[in-house]
Design a protein around this ligand. Structure first.
Ligand code: ATP
Length: 315
């Protein structure tokens, strides 16, 4: 292994810009992806996720900037990069008249290094469907197949494009496990997703994109910790707490009091959830109010995205 291949970074992107006429799809993106991580790219429609991935895959030339992928400058030698990466295609892109096994054998024939078709199908529990055509598979099976179809050349780096789009929760959990196995077997995974829970559960690090820019990049926990008040606290009581008392709780932010179907509700945000809940409980004791419920929830990646961009990621 030479020094470049041994680098801890499998992707080093510097100031990538991509313009389509008047549209700036990428407005100067720099990022490094570490060897062996699952790296998630999140952002609303039109944020530039697909464009970024296509540049890194050697499918699109950037207008400006550079990208080293597996130690190779991708715009100068896209063929060398393509041999060593895997790219997940949408199910509709596969040959409809070939069997699963035939598709994998055909894909494998393009590469000097390849994994046998049956071994790949076994990895995603599709060996017994080796003779089936793609159109006869369920949505979850199609997605599982599209994952292994990206692994025929035993790639060092794999790109998954919304790998669980449209799947039910069980099928999504199956897919997450398969993606983790790909990472645990030694590959680096870059995936795009619209699902915040997916990024939070699956990704080692997450990049948020918005309007062609990478606006945040960290571990999911690091992104959440970056918020001023990363916990939501909600208390319910049969009789109301004094509003002044609740608003005066040290460390409480964005305090709301309301009357709901279950009783009087206090909602607030906190940096230090144990301290604020202790102060809230003490206040209730002093005022003779019995709390019937007290819940603490960490902020989500959605909250982080809102905080950075002022807009919701989903919907
Ligand atoms: P989605 O989540 O909807 O897939 P995305 O984050 O992947 O969105 P891109 O597909 O990268 O976003 O698009 C970024 C911007 O560039 C959009 O405004 C899009 O319309 C524009 N764009 C992308 N490809 C082209 C193209 N081939 N020609 C012209 N404009 C393009």
């Amino acid at each position: 292994m030479d020094a470049q291949t041994a680098s801890t970074f499998v992707i080093e992107a510097h100031n990538l810009v991509k313009r389509y006429g008047d549209v700036t799809a990428l407005a100067g993106v720099s990022a490094e992806v570490q060897r062996g991580e699952i790296f998630g790219i999140l952002g609303p429609n039109g944020a530039g996720k697909t464009t970024l991935v296509e540049v890194l895959e050697g499918l699109t030339r950037p207008t400006e900037g550079t990208a080293r992928v597996l130690g190779v400058e991708v715009t100068q030698d896209p063929v060398a990069v393509k041999a060593r990466i895997g790219v997940q295609l949408q199910a509709a892109s596969y040959h409809q008249f070939l069997t699963l096994r035939e598709i994998l054998e055909l894909f494998g024939s393009f590469y000097p290094k390849r994994i046998p078709a049956m071994e790949l199908l076994e990895r995603v529990h599709l060996a017994e469907r080796a003779g089936a055509r793609i159109g006869t598979l369920s949505g979850g099976m199609k997605q599982r197949f599209s994952i292994v179809a990206a692994l025929v050349n035993d790639p060092e780096l794999v790109f998954f494009d919304e790998p669980t789009a449209g799947l039910d929760p069980d099928a999504r959990l199956d897919l997450w496990e398969i993606v983790r196995q790909v990472r645990d077997a030694g590959a680096t995974v870059v995936l795009t997703t619209h699902y915040m829970e997916e990024a939070q559960a699956l990704c080692d690090r997450v990049a948020f994109m918005n309007a062609g820019k990478m606006v945040a990049l960290d571990t999911p926990a690091g992104l959440i910790r970056s918020l001023n008040a990363p916990y939501r606290v909600m208390a319910t009581s049969a009789t109301p707490l004094s509003e002044a008392g609740v608003r005066g709780l040290p460390g409480a932010a964005e305090v709301e009091v309301a009357l709901g179907a279950d009783g009087h509700i206090v909602r607030l945000r906190a940096q230090d959830a144990p301290a604020v809940t202790a102060a809230l409980t003490a206040l209730a004791d002093r005022e003779g109010v019995r709390l019937v419920d007290l819940a603490v929830q960490p902020a989500s990646l959605e909250d982080v995205f809102m905080n950075i961009t002022g807009r919701k990621l989903s919907g």
